[in-house]
Design a protein around this ligand. Structure first.
Ligand SMILES: [Zn+2]
Length: 421
């Protein structure tokens, strides 16, 4: 397993800063941490990883194949091979041989930490000084709008038409799958506007405001992701060979094509938080590993916490709405082992935003598996939400929203914790 690149920066957060002793205060100040993200982005954009590696002693003979002997001080043993490489257009590095597992890859900040053997905060401070940016402590600055490339207006329009069409095609077989295999109710299916695309369709890209190849809309269950009530991406869960979904909607055939592609959908989608959008919100946000788990949590615990997942093809961190996240007392992130490198760097970046972000272990492979094995999903959620709320809610604080207090006492009653207090 490759646990290398982000562990280093994440662990410095687990140690906990001074804020971690008082989560309530931390929540109140956390609205300023958007500035931290700006600072991290600024470092990533302004400081060349290649130049930094060369400063550390790396020598790249070929500009197109950035490989060198490892220049890092904690590299144990043999340095004769070209074990160090830079990839992803000069933004990521990796030592393939003898660096410690927690410091053998990552971004420019992780490189600096491994090179200078400093913690994350020191790295940010010193790298910021290199570009003349302001170093910690952070000022209160407005959170910048995330930069998301424009999606053609036509795309959302056509996507809306397709989603409506798929909703109308939702038949009893698909419903049975969603209810029996995914744990969803009719209400949840309707709320998330799930649907079914009964045939493989190849559309003219112009209808989606795009050029090039035809738009592939495969047969399968249609899961739309929305932002500001506009469809921003569409995932289609296709039947696979020997797949339980095939028992409900007909097994995979030659006509379905692309035998090992589990999720299809029109290209040109944007990553957004997959969730139901409301004006009001609860105190805790649960970030799940995917759309199915988000819908399942909504099904069982919509009154305990808010829930979402980072949805879409790229799952780009940029698409996180920081202003939205900062309004929560705590954000519980279900730790996703199978997402590998990408999942780890995602959590590490979330950590960089705030210590209010708490990774939690899933009770099984994922929440849907837990539910299928008769796990008490609601109780598992209630327990985590309780623990996240307790430090702040156990204090007498006039500014705690009344409906948060209500949720908290509901959970205490449900978990039968009142006697312990
Ligand atoms: Zn190394």
């Amino acid at each position: 397993m490759n646990s290398a690149s982000f562990a280093n920066s994440a662990s410095t957060f687990e140690c906990g800063g001074e804020n971690s002793k008082n989560p309530w205060q931390s929540w109140q100040t956390w609205q300023s941490t958007g500035a931290m993200m700006t600072q991290i982005d600024e470092i990533r954009q302004s400081i060349s990883l290649i130049a930094l590696a060369e400063e550390a002693g790396a020598e790249f003979s070929d500009a197109h194949r950035l490989q060198s002997r490892c220049p890092l001080p904690r590299h144990a043993g043999d340095r004769s091979s070209l074990a160090f490489s830079i990839y992803d257009h000069g933004t990521k590095w990796k030592c393939h041989s003898a660096c410690p597992e927690d410091a053998s890859g990552g971004d420019v900040i992780a490189f600096y930490m491994a090179w200078k053997q400093v913690d994350f905060k020191t790295a940010i401070k010193e790298l910021s000084e290199r570009i003349g940016a302001h170093s910690l402590p952070l000022r209160r600055t407005p959170i910048p709008e995330p930069v998301v490339p424009a999606q053609p207006a036509l795309w959302s329009e056509r996507a809306e038409e397709f989603v409506s069409y798929a909703e109308k095609n939702l038949n009893d077989e698909v419903r049975a799958y969603l209810i029996q295999e995914r744990g969803l109710s009719e209400e949840t299916i309707r709320a998330f506007r799930l649907g079914y695309n009964p045939t493989n369709v190849y559309e003219d890209p112009k209808r989606w405001g795009l050029e090039g190849k035809k738009i592939w809309l495969p047969r399968g269950i249609v899961i739309p992701g929305f932002s500001n009530e506009q469809v921003r991406y569409i995932k289609i869960r296709r039947p696979m060979q020997k797949d339980v979904l095939g028992k409900y909607i007909g097994a995979w055939t030659e006509r379905d094509g692309a035998i090992d592609v589990k999720f299809g959908g029109p290209r040109g989608g944007r990553s957004v938080l997959f969730r139901l959008e409301f004006n009001d919100h609860l105190s805790v946000l649960l970030l799940t590993e995917g759309e199915w788990d988000t819908m399942l949590v909504w099904e069982y615990a919509a009154d305990l916490c808010d829930v979402c997942t980072l949805g879409g093809a790229q799952s780009k961190f940029d698409s996180l709405d920081l202003a939205f996240l900062t309004s929560y007392l705590a954000i519980l992130v279900v730790h996703d082992d199978k997402a590998g490198e990408r999942g780890r760097s995602y959590i590490s970046k979330l950590h960089a935003v705030s210590e209010r972000i708490v990774p939690i272990e899933p009770p099984a492979h994922d929440l849907t598996d837990f539910w299928k094995s008769d796990g008490d999903l609601r109780r598992w959620i209630a327990r985590h939400v309780h623990d996240a709320m307790a430090p702040a809610l156990n204090q007498k604080n006039e500014s705690t929203p009344m409906h948060w207090r209500k949720v908290f006492s509901h959970i205490q009653a449900e978990l039968d914790l009142s006697k312990r207090r």
